[in-house]
Design a protein around this ligand. Sequence first.
Ligand code: GLN
Length: 191
Amino acid sequence: MKIGVLSVQGAVSEHIRHLELCGTEAVAVKDSETIKQVSGLIIPGGESTTIGKLIEIFGLADLIRKRNREGSLAVFGTCAGMILIARDITDGIQGQQRLGLMDIAVKRNAFGRQRESFETELDFETFETPLTAVFIRAPIIEATGSGVVTLAKLPEGIVAARQGNLLATSFHPELTTDLRVHRYFVQMCRV
Ligand code: GLN
């Protein structure tokens, strides 16, 4: 099984390293041929407006949508990646391009200037001990549809959720040495 990390912009190598440490073959993805070969795709943090434009220009967006909806491609969005897979962006820029796969509404840069980036201990559904979560100009999930399961939250809102073969985290699990979130996603790709 191979898992891809979308590599048009943003934090790619850390995700690849985490996937490899989970014992999975990992590959950087920037063309449609490679997307056809993977069972899962991580969309990394970065700038959601830029990544959204580039995946349309490179002709990747429709293929990702199609394979995810058919059930052959699990997708995990971290931070900007979470914004990109969300169906609604409550304060996105006008016409912000996105994949729109997951039944969630997200708010960009939801923690304000005071808390632009921070680390906190987080209870994550099914994990026995809390994980250290790193937030960088992070979004939150403000609303979820009926098929969405909340996996972690803070007082400000939901910061991790799953819907079938879709996983979203506001934070950056690739920036700590904890592999549990990546392992969780690897399991989703096996189904
Ligand atoms: N604030 C960024 C955006 O809106 C996301 C930040 C990140 O991915 N670390 O795209």
